[in-house]
Design a protein around this ligand. Structure first.
Ligand code: VG1
Ligand code: CO
Length: 542
């Protein structure tokens, strides 16, 4: 029976870089999830009888939220709801299921790399029929709707069993619990040379993949250990836990430091890797060599043809604006277009759909391709395994040869987390106001060649997105970018992206800290970071 429930708008249900993210207790308020989900459906047309995919990363409140989503979807007239068993579906696997089953769209319950648990974060994201995050025009319409909503429709029924595989019928409607791994694993087998990777493991190659007690555990165990024959125990923390084992499921050098230490030890594994809460990010560290996500994107693009799914070459490369320009060098060399987009995977969807880009990536540990419409952590690790197997070389050799050929982009991101929002806004505004006068300013050996506030014109649908980050370019090819995070749930996070290009192989073995010292100092001075935020140093450097 369908019930109409009276409700009133909640403040601040505006989706950010990747869906709506808030502290878990905010989502636990009565009607909060329902309001947002009904607002999404209110902005869509033509889904009567259609399929909706629902999955999450298994974090605290995942199961409860799924019940609400499913009941609202059925009450609104969706004909079929596909749910990952146990409420589990990684973000890239959800994207694949949407595409493969011709679904109308999907709802992903995740706050990605943010910590989970009763005091952690939760999130809801809507993906469209191409499998990708809803574009800005949709998320803005949803936000507008959340401000006006006065009722939602929900099925009055006992909770559904999320654990038993199979189909339940409710009159004309069906609910199907599907194996979250099977379709995704089959897709990976098509893209990569599993025989060759199998042989690599057989020859003694050692992998440590940390699923961080998040969503990729079941995928990684099945693919790396069962299908590819990696040693038993290659996958760490393989069981998804509601609180991620009390850890922060962000596979960066701070939260996955144990992997860095392992990789840097003399007898470390050949490859250490990890992914985040919802499985779309990746961390790749070879023995003695961390690969920055920006370098990883460039190296993947340059070597993708070694994997069967990309044997005919890449059609174009896309990267988010703050991502280093290492990929630009590759695009130039292989003679394909390079697209620079705002931060967030939703901006890649059109380029992928139009066949203009094959490989996409972000500095924030995201890489992916046209196989789905999300970034894909396990895909990136498999791509590396395929490249290493095909080249018969280790990570360090692949990286240093890449730099020798294309130059090295020293790169770091400095995050000033949870600063006061008013100060952060003022900092950005002050920088914006200073833009016209920056060109030609000199600081020691550094001279500003130009500065602007990045604006994107989508070449496919003609939409425009302004104020996407302040870029300061230097005459020696260096760059500093400033922007505010759109995924945080407390205060504001200022991200400062620092980059310097070094073409000379003799100078490519400095530490990043050494190579970027001048620019890092200047990044604080130029924006008055201490003055506006009270912070003398970043809270996280990646
Ligand atoms: C961050 C990253 C961005 C990424 C987004 C979602 O956004 O910088 O590159 O697309 O997270 O990633 P922001 O606005 O906080 O800088 V995920 O894995 O959390 O969905
Ligand atoms: Co994520």
């Amino acid at each position: 029976m369908v019930e109409t429930v009276e409700t009133a708008p909640f403040e601040g249900q505006r989706p950010g870089t990747s869906g709506l993210r808030k502290k878990t207790p905010v989502f636990q308020q009565p009607h909060y999830v329902a309001n947002f989900v009904q607002s999404i459906f209110d902005c869509l047309e033509g889904y009567e009888g259609a399929t909706l995919v629902v999955g999450g990363d298994g974090r605290f409140f995942n199961r409860e939220a799924i019940q609400t989503v499913v009941k609202i979807a059925l009450a609104n007239g969706f004909g079929r709801v596909l749910i990952g068993q146990g409420g589990i579906l990684s973000t890239p696997a959800t994207s694949n299921v949407i595409r493969q089953y011709g679904a109308f769209g999907g709802i992903i319950l995740s706050a990605s790399h943010n910590p989970g648990g009763p005091h952690g974060d939760f999130g809801v994201k809507y993906n469209v029929a191409n499998g990708g995050p809803a574009p800005e025009k949709v998320t803005e319409a949803v936000f507008a709707r959340t401000k006006e909503i006065s009722s939602y429709r929900i099925l009055k029924a006992p909770d559904f069993d999320l654990d038993a595989l199979g189909t339940t019928r409710l009159g004309e409607q069906t609910i199907e619990i599907i194996d979250p791994v099977a379709d995704y694993a089959a897709l990976m087998r098509k893209l990569f040379d599993f025989e060759r990777i199998r042989a690599l493991f057989k020859s003694g190659f050692r992998l440590k993949f940390d699923a961080m007690s998040a969503v990729t555990g079941p995928y990684a165990s099945r693919i790396f250990e069962d299908m590819l024959g990696a040693q038993a125990g290659s996958v760490l923390n393989a069981t998804p836990l509601p609180d991620f084992g009390g850890h922060h499921p962000d596979p960066n050098l701070v939260h996955a430091k144990h992997l860095l230490d392992l990789a840097m030890s003399p007898d470390g594994p050949d490859l250490c890797a990890a992914s985040d809460g919802d499985g779309d990010r990746n961390l790749v560290i070879g023995r003695g060599r961390f690969v920055t996500p920006s370098d990883s994107l460039a190296i993947i693009a340059a070597n993708a043809h070694l994997a069967p799914g990309y044997a005919s070459g890449v059609k174009g490369i896309a990267r988010s604006m703050p991502t280093s320009r290492a990929a630009d060098k590759v695009a130039e060399k292989i003679g394909v277009a390079l697209y620079e987009t705002p931060t967030g995977w939703k901006f890649f969807g059109n380029l992928l759909d139009a066949g203009m880009a094959t490989i996409c990536g972000e500095e924030s540990a995201g890489a992916g391709s046209d196989h789905v419409r999300e970034k894909d952590g396990l895909w990136a690790v498999l791509m590396w395994l395929n490249i290493l197997a095909a080249r018969g070389e280790g990570v360090d050799a692949v990286v240093t040869k890449h730099w020798a050929e294309h130059g090295r982009n020293y790169y770091a991101r400095h995050d000033y987390e949870e600063v006061e929002a008013a100060g952060a806004d003022e900092l950005m505004q002050t920088l914006r106001d200073a833009l016209p006068g920056l060109k030609g300013e000199t600081f020691g050996a550094l001279r500003i060649a130009g500065a602007d506030d990045f604006a994107y014109h989508d070449p496919v649908d003609g939409s425009d997105s302004a104020r996407q980050g302040i870029r300061v370019h230097f005459e020696d090819g260096g760059r500093i970018v400033y922007r505010l995070s759109g995924t945080g749930t407390a205060g504001a996070t200022l991200r400062v992206y620092i980059e310097r290009y070094e073409p000379d192989p003799a100078r490519q073995q400095m530490t990043t800290q050494e190579a970027l010292a001048d620019l890092a100092r200047l990044s604080q001075e130029l924006a008055g970071i201490a003055r506006f935020t009270g912070r003398k140093a970043p809270s996280v450097v990646t």
